[in-house]
Structures are given as C-alpha cells and as structure tokens.
Design a binder for this molecule. Structure first.
Ligand code: SAH
Ligand code: SF4
Ligand code: F3S
Length: 458
C-alpha cells in the first residue's frame, strides 16, 4: 500500500538536495511525496541550525503537527515523526527529551540508513525511538539509490560536504562534520542519472564547494575546475553552476573555467562576510578585504560580464562604525548583482559565542538596513541596465502566482518572468534556453518577452 511522505526543508541548498535523496530512498518502501502533512504516514523536518530561533521554529512546527499524529493514531493509523538535518545533529538529545512524541532524530550524515531506522520503528520493536547522530565511516553517498527523481530541468548535485574552516561564528563544521569530497566516479554517475531524468541545469553543491578534491578514476585528484571541464563536454547539460565557494580555495583552473567553458555560467557566489580586516580576523576567515577583492578581479579579468553575489554578517562582536563603513566601502567597490545579509547571532558551541563587545540589537538593525538599502540599489541598477537588451533564459517552472507566466533564470542567475506565448502549451518551454528581450526590471526579477524565431534569425 502506498504511504504518504511529507518533508519540510529548512536552510541551505544542501538540505534541499538531502530532501530529494531521502525521497528517493523512501520511494522503494512505498512512500510517495505529499504536499500536506495532515494525514501523512511519515513527516520529516529537515532542519537548519545556522542562525538563532532555528530550534524554536522546529519545536513550533512539531507542536503544529502533533495533533494530527494523535488523530491518526486514534483512528488506528500511524504517523512517523522525524527530525533530520542540522538541528537534529546539534540538539538531538534536547529534541528527544522535550518532544517525547518524536519517533526519530537523525543527522545529515545518516539518512542513507533510513530503511533500517524505519524497519526498527515499525517492526517488532514498535515502541522504540531512534537517535542517530553519528558520523558513520561509510559515506551516505555510497548508499544512495540508483534513481534520482527530478522536478523541472534544474538539479542540485552535492559533491562536497562538511567544512574544516571553523569560522568562529559558524555551526557547519559541527553539524556537517569535516570536509569530505565525493569520488569523481560517483559524482559523474549521479550527473548521468540527473541528465537522464531531464536535468539541463546542474548546480554542484558543497559547504565549501571549491575545496573539492575528489579522487578521479585516472588516479589523479580532481579539483572543481577539472570537474566542470568534464561536465562542460557532456551532451544534455546546458548550464553549470556551483555554490558555495570560499575566497581562500579559489584555484586558477576555476577562474579559467569561467573564461573557457561555455556552459559555466558567468555568476559567482563568493561570501565575504565583512569588509573590515579586524572583523575578518576575529571571524577566522583567513582572508582580508583586499585579498577578496583581488580574487574577484581575477574572475572579472577572465569573464568581464560575471555577476557577483555574497553573504554578509552584520554586528559581529566588536564591530565598530568604522568596521561597518569598511563593509559598505567594499560593497561599493564590487557592485553586487545580489546578496544575502544577516544579523550576527551567537550559536552555542562556537568560539564567537564567548566573545565580548557585543553589538547592541538596535545598532545591528540600523546597520543591516543601511547595508540592505545599498545592496537593493545595486541589484536594481544592474537589473535596470538590462532593459532593452537580450538575455539568455533557461525556463524552469511556472510562475508561482500567475498561471499564464513562466519563471526562468538568466545566465547571471537573475529571475525572469515572461508571459507564456499563446500558442505554447503550459510547461512546454520548461528546460528550453531562449532569448528574452527585457522590458522591465525590479530588484528581484526581470520581465520581458520571448523573442520570436524571426527575431532570433534576424
Ligand atoms: N559555507 C558557506 C556558507 C555557510 S552558511 C560560506 O563559507 O560562506 C551561510 C551564511 O550564513 C554564511 O555565509 C553567513 O553569512 C551566515 N551565517 C553563518 N553563521 C551565522 C551566524 N552565527 N549569524 C549570522 N549569520 C550567519
Ligand atoms: Fe561556516 Fe566558514 Fe565553513 Fe562557510 S567556511 S561553512 S562560514 S565555517
Ligand atoms: Fe543550515 Fe545545516 Fe545548511 S545549518 S545552512 S542546513 S549546512
């Protein structure tokens, strides 16, 4: 009998990737993905621990789900309730003791053991609860099923996990463990499966993806540049991206990949966090503002139209007005196409959580507002500079709100919305790369029209 599976995904793209793989693993056990949790047979919260309130959010979601679990059990059914991901890894014990109705807690490195965990819970030992937060010796990537389900033409592919950088604010080295690169053969096999399932646009993922150093079947160690070079030569792949990179791990062949490989998109997400060398040092980022800018210059020399994106943390302990000004200056110098900015939040167990000189919340707020105003202005200016121009758009899904519109992305990763041509059946353009003339632009997206065949020929 078919069973309903509901997974809620929080956090980064690696969690989105993991959610897909959990669905792949559970499908052979009869679980079909569902959009609602109310009558699901299994609910998994795939959680994120990166900033504060992460755990609170999990408990409030658990509280919402609980009555439905009780209702189902009263009616003689069963709803397995699981907490997975980075909160599970960091606070598994707390979850089990505070939410006694949770059946399974497992970390990001153990979900390949789901069939065994489910069998234990549903089998003869029915009453057992499971906590699984090991970093097992066998790698989950060696135990993934042979089938990759895909919705739409864009796919994530995790090639590297964990992190050894230990930025003082960050939980990732603790929740995901130390840096690990998948062997090249496994990565290529998964890429083949994704392409067979219709992937045209592949984003290679890692917490520190440009530290990738996978063992090749040629006996050599492959870096990210070499891997991109291989995939660039494959039929079926139209676009390649990768995220997230660290400024200290940029190799020359990654830079030249942007110059020489036509499928590698002119877009780079390279987080800097702060523009102040004092703060960068306290963050243990191991680069300076200038060395970061030098890296960006190299990418720009190789690919002058490349679009940059970054992450920023505002209000790290000890951040003064001058430090914040240095961040604003760095942003002015770069001109970002998009960026994410966050108020610093102390994470239990990280070195920065013990630092003094905390920045007042109202000061953090006002700095964040200033930074975001500048970043918004930059994104808007860049997007508006495209009005009247032609961009190459890969269409990936229907517009989330307007059914007569399509959503796609430019080579620079900007979102694009166009009206579906009247003759085209819905979804028929998904996976196609078409030229679009931009007519309007906002901070978040471009709007335009698909060029007709005659226009394309002219
Ligand atoms: N591996 C990536 C991203 C890690 S998490 C990198 O090295 O850049 C994504 C982003 O969350 C980080 O880039 C950082 O900007 C933000 N972040 C991480 N820990 C944080 C914290 N304690 N408080 C606020 N933002 C944080
Ligand atoms: Fe966290 Fe730093 Fe590693 Fe990124 S590089 S995951 S911010 S420790
Ligand atoms: Fe969050 Fe874990 Fe990703 S903490 S950002 S889900 S690696």
């Amino acid at each position: 009998m078919k069973k309903k599976l509901f997974i809620k995904t929080y956090g980064c793209q690696m969690n989105s990737y993991d959610t897909k793989r959990m669905e792949d693993i559970l499908r052979p056990l009869g679980y079909e993905s569902s959009e609602t949790y109310e009558d699901a047979d299994m609910v998994i919260l795939n959680t994120c621990h990166i900033r504060e309130k992460a755990t609170d959010k999990v408990f409030s979601d658990l509280g919402r789900i609980r009555p439905h679990k009780i209702k189902k059990e009263k009616a003689g059914g069963q709803m397995l309730l699981a907490v997975a991901g980075c909160v599970a890894q960091a606070e598994g014990d707390v979850i089990l003791s505070r939410a006694r109705y949770v059946d399974m807690v497992f970390g990001p490195q153990t979900y390949h053991q789901l069939p065994e965990m489910v069998a234990k819970i549903t089998g003869a030992y029915g009453a057992e609860r499971i906590i699984n937060t090991d970093f097992p010796v066998e790698e989950k990537f060696d135990h993934l099923p042979e089938e990759n389900a895909l919705e739409g033409p864009s796919a994530f592919l995790s090639i590297q996990e964990g992190c050894d950088k230990f930025c003082t604010f960050c939980v990732v080295p603790y929740t995901r463990g130390s840096e690990y690169s998948r062997p090249v053969e496994g990565v290529l096999a998964e890429a083949r499966r994704l392409i067979a399932a219709g992937a045209k646009d592949i984003t290679l993922l890692g917490q520190n993806v440009n530290a990738f150093h996978g063992e090749g079947s040629d006996g050599k160690t492959w870096g990210l540049g070499r891997l991109l070079q291989e995939l660039n030569g494959w039929d079926g792949v139209e676009r390649l991206r990768y995220t997230t990179s660290h400024p200290c791990d940029v190799q020359d062949d990654l830079i030249t990949a942007h110059r020489d490989l036509e499928k590698v998109m002119p877009y780079l997400h390279l987080p800097v966090q702060s523009g102040s060398d004092k703060i960068l040092k306290a963050m243990n980022r191991k680069h300076t503002a200038q060395s970061y800018l030098d890296v960006l210059s190299k990418f720009r020399d190789a690919r002058p139209d490349i679009a940059f994106s970054s992450d920023f943390i505002i209000g790290f302990p000890g951040e003064t007005d001058e430090d914040f000004e240095a961040t604003m200056e760095l942003v002015e110098k770069v001109g970002y196409g998009s960026a994410y900015s966050f108020k610093y939040s102390a994470r239990p167990g990280t070195p920065a959580a013990n630092m003094q000189n905390l920045v007042r919340e109202d000061i953090k707020d006002s700095r964040l507002q200033q930074l975001q105003a500048l970043l918004t202005q930059q994104a808007l200016t860049i997007n508006q500079s495209f009005i009247g121009k032609t961009v190459s758009v890969l269409f990936d899904r229907p517009h989330s709100l307007e059914s007569n519109k399509l959503h796609g992305r430019t080579q620079y990763n900007q979102a694009v919305h166009v009206e579906l041509p009247s003759a085209a059946p819905p979804r028929s353009l998904e996976g196609q790369v078409l030229d679009v003339t931009v007519t309007r632009a906002g901070q978040m997206a471009l709007h335009g029209n698909i060029q007709t065949a005659q226009e394309n020929a002219a």
